[in-house]
Design a protein around this ligand. Structure first.
Ligand SMILES: [Zn+2]
Length: 137
């Protein structure tokens, strides 16, 4: 049953590869710069022809995904800050933690927006199951 040529799921998500073949890139630019075109995606996968925008407005829901990831990132930042430095109102460390977290979340925002789209498409398109969608579209 195991397909040895099947690229692993997590690295494919992190490198933002097509969910169907896990080879084609989901985004036109490999870098998030320039920011104006960071969310530009080819209409179809260059390798397998998998459509990336399954329907019009398909990615509207990703706003919630990137929001949830941002919140998770905040919690994570506060967790390590609390463990490593400690959080307190007295020495203002809680405000530093808040500032640091905000900076990190803002800096990672382009990446978060991209990974949200990737995760979203991975929920709908399973590996090697994209042909049907291609036939429909
Ligand atoms: Zn593909």
């Amino acid at each position: 049953m195991a397909d040895n040529n099947k690229p692993a799921l997590v690295p494919s998500i992190l490198t933002m590869k097509c969910p169907n073949c896990r080879k084609g890139h989901m985004f036109s630019n490999k870098s998030v710069f320039p920011l104006s075109s960071m969310l530009q995606m080819p209409e179809k996968c260059e390798v397998c022809g998998q459509k990336f925008e399954l329907e019009v407005g398909f990615y509207y829901g990703t706003g919630y995904v990137s929001y949830a990831l941002s919140v998770a990132l905040y919690v994570f930042n506060f967790a390590w800050y609390w463990v490593l430095i400690g959080l307190s109102y007295e020495d203002y460390s809680i405000f530093y933690a808040l500032g640091t977290s905000t900076a990190i979340v803002l800096l990672l925002q382009p990446w978060l927006m991209r990974i949200s789209r990737v995760l979203y498409l991975y929920m709908f398109v399973k590996y090697g199951k994209g042909e049907r969608l291609k036939a429909e579209g």
